[in-house]
Write a protein that binds this ligand. Structure first.
Ligand code: NAP
Length: 310
């Protein structure tokens, strides 16, 4: 089968279209014929060699963390899925990648694909939506009536986070670049703040939760908008605990993990028309380099998807 692998770290030129053996599913695993895989920042960070848990000794590896496809075959112990069934999922380990014609997924990584979505749309969901869900609810404990400030509302994770927070009846403030303000408002944001021309800390006050998808100086300036007892949840490493203490707030860094139950719940919201993935552009598998370059240029609305099979 064809797969996009890296044999060394570097720019988009290190993405190679290789011929590799089709993997075999073991107990409680499914072999999936991949129809589409989305591109996440972690993919280009792995490719660049800046993700600490992916080292040179592990190469070559196939890139790609999430997918939509159909069940080709199943290992022992699988009775929840039938051959030909459409599923979507997020891979939990780096020994497998979805920029490939086939991939093995574990049962706790997959859920039935929402019927109203194409494979291209469904592939845009798993990693980004699970990150938004786990950040807002597992770590941020967001509830009805609370206020959240999200940094990066127009990107892959942020565009789901806005919609999930609105489903919970929270108030949503989000930062975005000027060209994406209308987009985040359409998704439901109550206030859209242009991070290029406005200072969010002069607009946001007493928020219960900051969902940080940007880090750096943006995170640094975010402490002042939290109410006492509020929480800053970052998808980009552990925020400094002394900053949280000074503010009388809490801080948590997290890494998203596969969760088939949450993916099923997200699927139900999609089926009910309450949440939708936005796909800004697609590229065929052989053009994975261009897909990476597009995401790395920034200002993407929603997701970029790699189409593996029509
Ligand atoms: N911990 C985890 O498990 C986990 C999981 C998923 C993602 N992440 C990380 O979270 C980050 C976001 O992921 P993603 O998939 O949403 O990426 P993405 O699709 O590339 O979106 C990035 C977003 O950041 C916005 N942005 C850039 N600079 C900003 C600034 N100074 N202030 C406010 N917003 C700014 C961009 O907005 P404009 O386009 O409007 O400029 C864009 O919406 C990435 O660094 C990714 O690696 C971590």
């Amino acid at each position: 089968m064809k797969a996009i692998r890296i044999h060394r770290f570097g720019g988009s030129e290190v993405l190679e279209l290789d011929d590799v053996p089709v993997p075999q599913p073991r107990e409680n695993e499914l072999l999936i014929r991949v129809h589409a895989a989305s591109v996440n920042p972690v993919d280009y960070k792995i490719r660049r060699g800046t993700v600490p848990w992916v080292t040179r000794e592990m190469l070559p590896i196939t890139l790609g963390r999430d997918l939509s496809g159909t069940v080709e075959s199943a290992g022992a112990g699988v009775d929840a899925f039938r051959q030909g069934e459409a599923i979507y999922g997020m891979l939990g380990s780096i020994d497998r990648g979805s920029y490939a014609e086939y991939v093995v997924v574990k049962l706790n990584e997959a859920s039935p694909k929402p019927a109203r979505l194409s494979h291209i749309e469904a592939a845009a969901v798993p990693l980004a939506a699970l990150t938004a869900w786990q950040g807002l609810f597992d770590h941020g404990h967001l509830d009805a009536g609370k206020t959240v400030l999200m940094h990066g509302g127009s990107g892959g994770v942020g565009h789901f986070a806005i919609q999930f927070a609105k489903v919970k009846d929270a108030t949503v403030l989000t930062t975005a670049s000027g060209q994406n303000l209308d987009f985040v408002r359409e998704l439901g944001a109550d206030k859209a703040i242009d991070y290029q021309s406005q200072r969010f800390e002069e607009i946001a006050r007493d928020v219960d939760l900051v969902l940080d998808l940007v880090a750096g100086e943006t995170q640094e300036r975010s402490w002042s908008v939290l109410k006492p007892g509020g929480i800053l949840v970052s998808a980009l490493g552990e925020p400094p605990p002394e900053k949280a203490r000074q503010r009388g707030a809490r801080a948590v860094g997290f890494r998203a993990h596969p969760n088939s139950g949450q993916l099923a719940e997200i699927g139900r919201l999609i089926e009910q028309g309450k949440v939708r993935p936005v796909v800004m552009g697609t590229y065929p598998l052989a053009e994975a380099r261009q897909a990476h370059e597009r995401l790395e240029r920034g200002h993407v609305r929603g997701k970029i998807v790699i189409v593996v099979a029509e």
